[in-house]
Write a protein that binds this ligand. Structure first.
Ligand SMILES: C=C(O[C@H]1C=CC=C(C(=O)O)[C@@H]1O)C(=O)O
Length: 444
């Protein structure tokens, strides 16, 4: 592959085997597999909060102002990191990692690695050669919020929709899983990679709180000292592409509107057809496509938006999907800037965006952190790939925190949205080898 600064390309499976928990960033997409190792520079941990005046009033406009400041801060820091890396002699630096749902509330996990290796995208056949082995054992599982609380929140949002202008809100919940043993993060990544050959599989090393000396923290880690118990990893397999940019050509693939897969082929097909024909799901999808097209149009010379959604499948879900293609007016807009022009799309937040964000803040009893943010890479020429961080978990020691959300629109029911979040958890549960332990989470 012709990527500057990259070590000679090998196979996707070879890169996967070289992954090391705590020090590697792994990424596989339908275009590339990437393994970034070591840490030349890291995004400053606490500086986001210092830049953003905290708002305890819950004022919507103030919260929005903070969000905008957080976004500018990330873009500016990334620009500075790339510039500094170039000054130290790196010819074509690349920033890799994940960015939170709200960059004014949580820190981005971004870094410029020491080494980068690229390989072709994973082939389905090669992935099949992997055996799925459990990555966790003897687990206790706790839902947060519990089923009843989640359904109550859905009802409250539906009432708000009847009364006012709120059109869509994505409400999510978490599962806390405690395993008897340390979670085998590498095996978890192998299983995700095996089951999701057409998606975006990732593992991001999370910060353990390095000291921020200047604005940019430079850390050199000694791999031998990294203890698996002392690492945190953000891991998952997202089906949703936020945006890719290569030169001036961009592509986005928003998803919204979902149905759980069935093991019975006839029933599986019936669910897919029902999803494609569902007025409620088509509305949920159209809201996202309209917002994505509106955000991209001012940036593009040309934008192609299909009039009708199509269906895509993962190993656990069907989704309504629209693939959008465009040509940027200006080559200087990086993939990260295009991604931020879109974020948060109504696929993970809602519309109107400020009201939706407020509803999420008041209904969800947890901080989303990196969930429903973005994960990927951007190089010094602005090319890059960013996926939406869904179907994911945070892993630390013997604990995992899984996240899943569902889009609420008029016509949604609390029971169906709860079942949808349960079905979405299965991507991670299957990869952990826990799917049969929690079979009640499977939507029937
Ligand atoms: C928020 C999630 O999914 C989004 C992406 C695809 C379909 C979605 C839906 O149908 O609600 C969600 O918008 C998630 O998986 O946690």
């Amino acid at each position: 592959m012709s990527k500057a600064g990259a070590i000679a390309a090998t196979s996707a499976l070879h890169l996967l085997e070289q992954y090391r928990e705590g020090t590697s960033f792994f990424w596989s997409s339908p275009q590339h597999t990437l393994l970034a190792q070591g840490e030349r520079m890291r995004f400053p941990v606490s500086a986001v909060q210092q830049q953003v005046v905290s708002d305890s009033s819950g004022n919507k406009d103030h919260a929005h102002g903070n969000h905008v400041k957080g976004v500018h801060f990330v873009i500016e820091q990334v620009r500075q990191m790339i510039q500094e890396a170039q000054q130290t002699g790196l010819r074509k630096p690349i920033v890799v990692g994940a960015i939170p749902f709200d960059p004014s509330q949580s820190s981005a996990e971004l870094l410029i690695p020491e080494t980068v290796q690229w390989a072709e995208p994973p082939s389905h056949a090669a992935n099949g050669s992997y055996e799925r082995r459990p990555a966790a054992a003897g687990c206790e599982i706790e839902e947060a919020p519990g089923a009843e609380t989640y359904q109550r929140s859905v009802n409250q949002v539906l009432r708000q929709m009847e009364q006012g202008e709120l059109d869509k809100v994505v409400l999510s919940r978490t599962l806390r899983v405690v395993s008897d043993d340390l979670v085998d993060t590498h095996q978890l990544l192998r299983n995700l990679f095996r089951d999701n050959a057409h998606g975006y599989t990732f593992a991001v090393p999370m910060n353990k709180g390095t000291e921020t000396k200047s604005n940019i923290t430079t850390t050199y880690r000694n791999d031998d000292k990294v203890n698996h118990q002392g690492t945190r990893t953000f891991i998952g397999a997202s089906p949703e592409l936020l945006v890719t940019r290569k030169g001036t050509i961009i592509r986005a693939n928003p998803l919204a509107g979902s149905a759980a897969r069935s093991d019975d082929p006839g029933e599986d097909r019936r669910r897919a057809e029902a999803l494609l024909a569902s007025a409620k799901d088509r509305h949920e999808h159209a809201v996202v496509i309209d917002a994505v097209a509106a955000a991209l149009r001012p940036l593009c010379k040309q934008l192609i938006v299909p009039a009708e959604p199509s269906l895509i499948q993962t190993s656990t879900m069907w989704h309504l999907s629209t693939e959008i293609h465009g040509e940027l007016l200006d080559r200087d807009i990086s993939s990260l800037e295009v991604a931020f022009a879109l974020h948060p799309t109504p696929a993970i937040c809602g519309t109107p965006v400020l009201m939706a964000r407020e509803a999420i803040g008041s209904q969800e009893p947890f901080d989303r952190g990196l969930f429903t943010g973005m994960v990927g890479w951007c190089d010094s020429e602005g090319d890059g790939e960013w996926a939406v961080t869904i179907r994911c978990a945070e892993v630390e020691g013997n604990e995992l925190r899984l996240f899943a959300g569902a889009g609420i629109v008029a016509g949604s029911t609390p029971e169906a949205e709860l079942a949808e979040t349960s079905a979405k958890f299965r991507t991670m549960l299957l990869a952990m080898g826990l799917d049969s332990t929690v079979s009640h989470l499977k939507e029937e």
